[in-house]
Design a protein around this ligand. Structure first.
Ligand code: HEM
Length: 155
């Protein structure tokens, strides 16, 4: 089951790397081409689904309390990606095509780039944490007392 978790983790990381590409695609293309839609679609549909599956598989694969907490931190970081827009909107910013970013709202909106990057790094960290838990193919619960445990602590 841990293998399945790692596969989902890898897909999530790849989807986040694609998300950065799609952001740049939107920025470097004419607005009328609406190429930002790939970023919006991946961010609104694919990433949330992958994160939920990631968390569920984390529980099933018994990846350890700290790693589970880290997956929830990932969920919060993804939710904040929308949250920054909502906060800036509450401060008076308006979305394209009549974009208006008064006062400190650009600084709030810029957290979107930082938060997304943190989320990407978090998924890489969790991947290597969980992969380093020991041999794949069995969860910690399936390890029998007769077999020596060679994995690192997973607290
Ligand atoms: C891996 C990093 C990133 C992640 C995970 C991410 C995630 C998201 C998500 C979830 C949304 C949908 C928000 C919603 O409408 O509820 C979104 C929209 C958006 N993101 Fe990002 N984002 C990332 C990087 C960036 C960067 C670097 C930019 C800089 C240009 C950017 C600019 C935007 C814009 C302008 C939208 C609104 C798109 C629209 O509604 O047409 N994002 N992003």
């Amino acid at each position: 089951m841990r293998k399945a978790f790692l596969v989902v983790n890898a897909l999530l990381t790849l989807s986040l790397i694609a998300q950065l590409y799609f952001a740049a695609l939107g920025v470097f293309s004419p607005p009328e081409d609406e190429l930002f839609r790939f970023h919006a679609m991946n961010g609104r549909f694919i990433l949330p689904v992958l994160i939920i599956v990631w968390i569920v598989f984390g529980f099933i694969a018994r990846i350890g309390r700290t790693s589970i907490i880290l997956t929830f931190v990932g969920l919060v970081l993804l939710a904040l990606q929308t949250g920054y827009f909502l906060i800036a909107g509450a401060m008076g910013a308006t979305p394209p095509p009549n974009e208006y970013t008064p006062g400190a709202t650009p600084y709030v909106l810029a957290l979107h780039g930082l938060g997304g990057t943190l989320l990407l790094l978090l998924t890489v960290w969790v991947f290597f944490r969980v992969r380093g838990m020991g041999p794949l193919g069995r969860s910690s619960a399936e390890t029998t007392a007769s077999e020596p445990v060679t994995s690192t602590p997973t607290t």
